[in-house]
Design a protein. Structure first.
Length: 288
């Protein structure tokens, strides 16, 4: 399918919508499900089916052992990241969870410096500092002030989510840095294959707690997962990453926060709001 005539900004818009779709759907699901595993397994089954179709449409190409191995390991990180993200949503709401997800960029940025010897620009260094400042603000208790208001359990959860999702992002950097970027289709196929093989048996053991709606929620999340990855790839084919990533990430964060406030009536205090604002600033500074 020739998409060269499609304005690239539409791919950025679709990227923002899919990020929002993942978090809003998970927010809906949290209020009704008894276990997260039905949603998680359905998500990866859907993503596997769609990534297989994309792999076949783009042609069968051989993949290296590094690509397949890296994808297999990354599948475990995807599972952990989704489980932790849903846990954060259940504990503190979608706006805090998506903020933690956006801050996970700290991990690939830091590891790119340590492992690949990359240097950070001044704005990126400032962005990292701002991101670190935002972490305790996101974990502030509802109704608390600046002093003595830190929810340590939430802070630990956010930091764990940040690390797991950050290492998952770094795997894509490793793939590209190894010169295996063209094998991205096989990489994602390996990710969703391993994630499916792990989560389906777990969901089967919890089948008594899983309803049909769980699978529906997971199907939507899976479609958004693939749609988001595809949207970003198509946008990057026409626009620089310095434009694509700040717009998609900050746009998704803003839209999720607005919907969480309007639709779910999520409560955040002024400290949390400041943390979200600093997260937005950090995302822009790091990615510009």
């Amino acid at each position: 399918m020739d998409l060269s005539s499609v304005p690239p900004m539409l791919f950025i818009v679709s990227g923002i919508i899919t990020i929002t779709g993942i978090n809003v759907t998970n927010r809906f699901a949290i209020g009704f499900i008894k276990t997260r595993w039905g949603v998680i397994a359905a998500n990866y089954c859907t993503a596997l089916a769609l990534s297989t179709a994309m792999f076949l449409v783009n042609g069968l190409h051989p993949a290296s052992a590094l690509t397949l191995g890296l994808g297999f390991v990354t599948g475990f990180l995807y599972i952990g990241g989704m489980y932790l993200g849903m846990t954060t949503i259940g504990r503190r709401g979608a706006s805090i969870a998506v903020s933690a997800s956006q801050l996970s960029v700290l991990i690939p940025v830091s590891l790119s410096v340590l492992v690949f010897g990359e240097s950070l620009r001044t704005n990126q260094i400032i962005g990292v500092i701002v991101a670190l400042i935002s972490l305790p603000l996101l974990a502030a208790k509802i109704g608390g002030g600046l002093n003595g208001s830190l929810d340590r359990d939430t802070l630990l959860l956010i930091i764990t989510q940040l690390f797991v999702q950050g290492f998952a992002q770094f795997s894509s950097k490793v793939l590209v840095a190894s010169g295996l970027g063209p094998e991205r289709d096989a990489f994602f196929l390996a990710i969703f294959t391993s994630a499916t093989l792990v989560t389906v048996p777990i969901a089967f053991r919890h089948r008594a707690e899983i309803g049909r709606k769980d699978y529906a929620y997971g199907g939507v999340v899976g479609a958004c997962n693939i749609g988001g990855n595809l949207s970003i790839l198509l946008a990057l084919a026409a626009l620089p990453g310095a434009l694509v990533f700040p717009l998609v990430n900050s746009g998704g964060l803003l839209l999720v926060t607005i919907i969480a406030w309007l639709l779910f009536k999520e409560r955040i205090n002024r400290v949390n709001a400041l943390g979200i604002a600093l997260t937005l600033a950090a995302v822009l500074l790091i990615n510009i």
